[in-house]
Design a protein around this ligand. Structure first.
Ligand code: G1P
Ligand code: ZN
Length: 549
């Protein structure tokens, strides 16, 4: 079989963002575009002794085509063992699990996470290393540098392989194995949680739940675990078949996009528990009966109750949250006397802490929660954690959360997103905000009760990694206020069109009023302060955010 080398034109726009390279499908379909990035990955990681590679994706449009290209290139680049999820399917956490279990040198995951799919929508690719986690900054930067300079890629002349047929093919020096993408992950979950207690919860027949897979990758995983292994009634998992366009929806588990699920938890006869995950299965949204759990609270509550779960019964090494995530987990960590780390946005920063054994749990406000069982956030794991808690405590979701607030106080949280903003204007807004940082402390605002709210401190967040001492700067402007509030401004690193401005608000109350629960109300003063500090309207031309979570 001949290995052909083909010239590739230079592409200048392949800088990986918060989680890999994300572009429109049409951009990936340009001749040589995908190949350029894949060759850049292979040049960067140069397989040596370990030549085992895992490949899979979230099933979105162009997933299968991309996998065929990558398999051919992996063979031409000398990999000896290539593991591909059947049908091209592999959720992000399952990919992490499979890389670790098989001691692969890494994996290529095809996904644009929660972004819509289809011929005119988004596609994405990222490389995860041998620890199963997203490649750290120096590697993604090296990949980017390669994308700019390579002039050729290697591939073989070979027909498409059958992605649906389980089994192993020998092609040149490589064994290409199509494997069941669900089993290893489901076994891992069974080893961590008290499946017997959860089975009983369903057997008793009173507890009713729904999992909305949003026509994304977690459908087959949720069916296997919830319906087959835990005995939840058939039909518990809705929208369970992965579709290339996610059925036309946004596979993003929030109150807006998971509306079918939200209706089941809020109707006349609401269910007890609802959950959803995103395109590639790493995000989660958890709902109780007429009750929404903010992901920041979720991380804090899972931390506080980890001893209910077999996998964490021996205690937690520590916990980490991304900087914009509310400080609810910090309070729990301090009460438990374990360290709490504040990292930049994006899962890759948790990897070092997990590898070094400094933390056991971690999470982000953006519906991402996870632990040291893999090196990605894990949507279904979070759902099972909550199910296990409900079974162990024998309490409804609302009681678990309200008891938590009663003990630790409540951190109100909301995020306001302005999407598709002109990039120059968004950059200009952030620049002028940064310039104002030195003069911010001491600045005062008058709230609606005519009392003063003062800025106590402000900075542009930078992170010194405690494991490898690497420094990451310009991670968002943080403003701390005298009423216990905080405002964070940052630009998204995952958008594919224009810029997305994210403004995060949180505020602590030791004795929250359980009847006045709306965070938009509790945080309205901070929203006004953000407006006057940053001039969002003037710079973006927007009078209100596009998405509020
Ligand atoms: C967003 C989230 C971030 C998450 C990332 C990948 O990134 O805010 O927490 O890690 O998606 O799922 P952003 O668009 O804000 O850069
Ligand atoms: Zn995702």
């Amino acid at each position: 079989m001949t290995t052909i080398r083909v010239n590739t034109q230079a592409f200048s726009d392949q800088k990986p963002g918060t989680s890999g390279l994300r572009k429109k499908v049409t951009q990936f379909q340009q001749p040589g575009y995908l190949e350029n990035f894949v060759q850049a990955i292979f040049n960067t990681i140069t397989p040596s002794s370990n030549q085992r590679l895992v490949i899979g994706g979230d099933g979105r449009f162009y997933n299968r085509e991309a996998i065929q290209v990558i398999v051919r290139m992996a063979i031409a680049n000398g990999f000896t063992e290539i593991l591909v999820g059947q049908g091209g399917i592999l959720s992000t956490p399952a990919a992490s699990c499979v890389i670790r279990k098989n001691k692969a040198c890494g994996g290529i995951i095809l996904s644009a996470s929660h972004n819509p799919g289809g011929p005119d929508e988004d596609f994405g690719i990222k490389f995860n290393g041998e620890n199963g986690g997203p490649a750290p900054e120096p590697i993604t930067e090296a990949i980017f540098q390669q994308t700019l300079k390579i002039t050729q890629y290697q591939t073989i002349d070979y027909n498409d392989i059958d992605l649906d047929k389980l089994g192993t093919l020998q092609i040149a020096q490589a064994q290409v194995t199509i494997f069941d993408p669900v089993i290893d992950y489901a076994d891992l979950m069974a080893s961590m949680f008290d499946f017997d207690a959860m089975k009983q919860l369903f057997q008793q027949g009173k507890f009713r739940m729904c999992f909305d897979a949003m026509h994304a990758v977690n459908g087959p995983y949720a069916k296997e675990i919830l319906e087959r292994r835990l005995g939840a009634p058939i039909g518990t998992v809705i929208n369970a078949t992965p579709l290339t366009d996610f059925g036309g929806g946004h596979p993003d588990p929030n109150l807006v996009h998971a509306h079918e699920l939200v209706a089941l938890l809020h109707g006349d006869d609401p269910l007890d528990f609802g959950a959803a995950s995103d395109g590639d299965g790493d995000r989660n949204m958890i709902l109780g009966k007429r009750f929404y759990i903010n992901p920041c609270d979720s991380l804090a509550i899972l931390t506080a109750n980890a001893d209910c779960i077999p996998a964490y019964a021996k205690g937690l090494a520590g916990v980490a949250r991304s900087m914009p995530t509310s400080r609810a987990a910090d309070r729990v960590a301090s009460a438990m006397d374990i360290p709490c780390f504040e990292t930049p946005t994006g899962w890759k920063f948790f990897g070092n802490l997990l590898d070094a054994g400094k933390i056991t749990l971690c999470g982000e406000e953006s519906f991402g929660t996870g632990s040291d069982h893999v090196r990605e956030k894990d949507g279904l794991w979070a759902v099972l954690f909550w199910l296990n808690l409900i079974a162990a405590k024998n309490q409804p979701v609302r009681d678990i959360v309200e008891n938590h607030w009663a003990k630790y106080g409540r951190d109100y949280f909301t995020r306001h997103d302005y999407e598709g903003v002109d990039s120059n204007n968004a950059q200009a807004m952030i620049s002028q905000l940064k310039a104002k940082i030195p003069t911010m402390p001491g600045q005062t605002f008058i709230d609606k009760n005519k009392s003063e709210i003062k800025i106590e401190s402000a900075d542009d967040f930078q992170y010194l990694d405690p494991v490898d001492n690497s420094k990451t700067s310009e991670q968002g402007v943080r403003v701390y206020l005298s009423n216990g509030g905080r405002i964070v401004f940052r630009l998204s690193g995952t958008g594919t069109q224009g810029a997305t401005l994210r403004v995060y608000f949180d505020c602590f109350q030791q004795h929250p009023d359980l009847l006045a629960q709306d965070p938009q109300h509790a945080l309205s003063e901070l929203v006004d302060i953000a407006q006057s500090l940053a001039g969002i309207k003037q710079f973006t031309g927007r009078v209100k955010p596009d998405v509020i979570t």
